[in-house]
Write a protein that binds this ligand. Sequence first.
Ligand code: TRP
Ligand code: SF4
Length: 400
Amino acid sequence: MYADRVLSGMRPTGSLHLGHYHGVLKNWIKLQHEYECLFFVADWHALTTHYDNPRGIEEATWQMVIDWLAAGVDPAKATLFIQSQVIEHAELHLLLSMMTPLGWLERVPTYKDQQEKLSEKDLSTYGFLGYPLLQSADILIYRANQVPVGEDQVPHIEFSREIARRFNHLYGKEAGYEEKAEAAVKKLGGKKAKLYNELRTRYQQAGDEGALESAKALLGETQNLSLGDKERLYGYLEGGGKMILTEPEALLTVASKMPGLDGQKMSKSYHNTISLREDPEAVTKKIRTMPTDPARGRRTDPGEPDRCPVWPLHEVYSGDDVKAWVRQGCTTAGIGCIECKQPVIDAVLKELAPIQERARALTEDPDTVKNVIADGCEKARDLARETMRDVREAMGLNYG
Ligand code: TRP
Ligand code: SF4
């Protein structure tokens, strides 16, 4: 129950580019071997900024799932689903909205930033303000404890932690909570109960984090407690109630910033991307026509790789030998720019070939893609329902 579970979501932006591949997908593909992973299409999130034009979201979703699979996200290892197809996210979002202070939402840094950035849109909506809370519901509903995100999303994870803490604090205390916790301590047995109490006191009175960890380890090893009692004792350690929702952590991706065709980060808004489905001729042309060090006006003028947008691509794709060849050839005008770009072109084409082959096969076989998602949605729904049962019970909404 306290094993690591990873969850991450992506807005449906249609077909993906090399920036997504190097920045996100490669990391997901690695994580799927190491953890239980859930990856989903955040289609409701797309509505928070595209409510005026929701057509297209569905098609973008399917195309993005094809790219995930083509890139190597493996449905036998990870659960893939679509947010709007697991409606429990909406129920948790609604219930959490009741206890979310407005100030917390207004203080999330992306709120004002994005409003300013997308100033042509009216984003003074209820949905846009609540977007970080929807993200919290996405995470908390799976009790995911590790969330791989980029730097910009870290405040959202922090926000989710605060929401989980507030929820547990407000609703985690059942009637007779203290008595039930004390009874559960007794069930640990003499020695263990004594140790638990000592560690709990050391943590609560002296803030001793080591004692907290030891107490958690002690509970982790304990076999003879019911799940309910175990949760009660985890909560009792930190002074709160039962841990109904799990506080997630940001699993920071070592920011591999894929350079675009102009030396800036690759991003759709900079129009400097190579899409994963870009055909080989277009890839070749895009790289051939990339700007280079302006000092190399003529073939005979020497240049400096550090001033050239092609160089960061060599850093991604080329080995030390090729990089040495570039430095030497560029600074002495020994090679031309077209020559210099060829190894990058070759490497990109080699990387894309198997992805494009799989994408082609999947495009011709939409049933396979639909089945992967149907399976994933079903698995996700089972997990989400389990949490919602506990949430409703904690809030007194069980009507059983
Ligand atoms: N907000 C994320 C983005 O815009 C997408 C997202 C939605 C997400 N819900 C999530 C990411 C939950 C991680 C976990 O990129
Ligand atoms: Fe850039 Fe290569 Fe031309 Fe030098 S030789 S300016 S690194 S493209």
